[in-house]
Design a binder for this molecule. Sequence first.
Ligand code: ADP
Length: 518
Amino acid sequence: WDCKFKTNSPTLSLSLFNKTDRFINNEFVKGVEGKTFETINPHNEKPIVAVHEGTEQDVDIAVKVARDALSGEWKTTTPSERGRLLTRLADFLERDIDTLAAIEALDNGKGFTMAKGDVNASAGCLRYYGGWADKIYGQTIDTDANSLTYTRHEPVGVCGQIIPWNFPLLMFAWKIGPALATGNTIVMKTAEQTPLSALYVAKLIKEAGFPPGVVNVISGFGRTAGAAIAAHMDIDKVAFTGSTLVGRQIMKSAADSNLKKVTLELGGKSPNIILPDANLEEAIEWVNLGIFFNHGQCCCAGSRILVHEAIYDEFLELFKKRAEQNKVGDPFHAETFQGPQVSQIQYDRIMSYIEDGKGAGAKVVTGGDRHGSEGYYIQPTIFADVHGDMKIVKEEIFGPVCTVQKVHSEEEAIQVANATNYGKSPRILRFQLFDVQSLTSTLITGLAAAVHTTNINTAIRVSNAVKAGTVWVNNYNTLHYQMPFGGFKESGLGRELGSYALENYTEVKTVRVHLSKA
Ligand code: ADP
């Protein structure tokens, strides 16, 4: 691996990727069917490299290997040693931060500086779970004098993990951290848009000394490899991050196959409430970060901005000014805040929402168009004068596009924040594989929310009232591996991160011993 930086632009040798698709049993090997697919650089729309595609048969092989690994060396690896392996892996991520950040910026389009933040957060997450590995134990339960009852927290087994493209490395770390700390083995499917950073980490997993078969990585597509994981009869648990629509499919497949355990981290249309007593200058910074961070490609993006009428005009003026300062451009330019969207499909989808907003009569405060002429760049876009029936207010856009709605009171802000009862699931156009009309259920999201106020009573009142898995008070998008993250309602099932994530990866066994009389 070569990684030289010239004027902040990397020269990477991608030769490893030419030879690899799947990382199974600590070896890089070709896919069974011998197919490849290209991963595209969203900055210039050109292929970076072709990776081998893993399909159903590769999933089968990986599951067998992961099953065997459960009863091999991994079984006798002590909890403390598991912790040491995780912390060593974290060290390697930090050691190779420039390479990893460059891969991520190239493959996903996020700014190199932002990608470095992702590497650090991923290392932090792995180290955090490394710390947990030898602190996971059950209870002794005193029922009566003739019994000894205790619980054991055992690994669930073989865990299928399916991750998205918006934070390829970070999602990888969020998933493997708690699963490995608790002694499971993994079959991971990365997103087809961004397979590269996980392949590099696979190399580090081997270098760190994890036994063969503990972590297996498959580059492949959702409909083939992803679906095979969800439906597999010998996978004990599936963890998924992605769209609500696919989350539903996964849950159905889990139910139709072996009732594997399911955790889901899904979409949202998160409200960001600005009340009249907010520190407006600070609130604007958080609102800007809330929607435009990672080019709006965050499940928890603060895309519905609800502003009290008393400050609405002033807010719009300041927010417009702030959004226009966001530097959009080449991920490898040091000052870049916003790079390209991840793919042509995403670009088209976001632009179609923008056109829809314009057509529906929403006012474009700023943006509303493509940025430049090459790459999947979109201007930071703010819509105002919107109402609740508009598609841009109702559906998750997953891009640098937000709506600003006027509210007249705290009560109305809460009511609008919680009114995410939409006619159809958002993020559907992303696939164009499913029959939209056939979805009769309504999407009710609740991933995140924020309130900006300087009154502690208001802050607590509003945070108690909004239905969301995370509520930020006077900040936004500040995730931390110590804090649980996940959704209310149709935004998910279970929690990732923090000690809460460990529960997803252990089975509780109760042992009751009858004591014989002396
Ligand atoms: P996004 O819109 O963020 O791409 P998806 O839900 O389509 O969200 O994708 C997230 C992950 O789920 C990706 O790894 C993708 O390949 C995978 N995926 C997509 N469709 C399916 C499916 N039917 N079964 C299992 N995994 C899938």
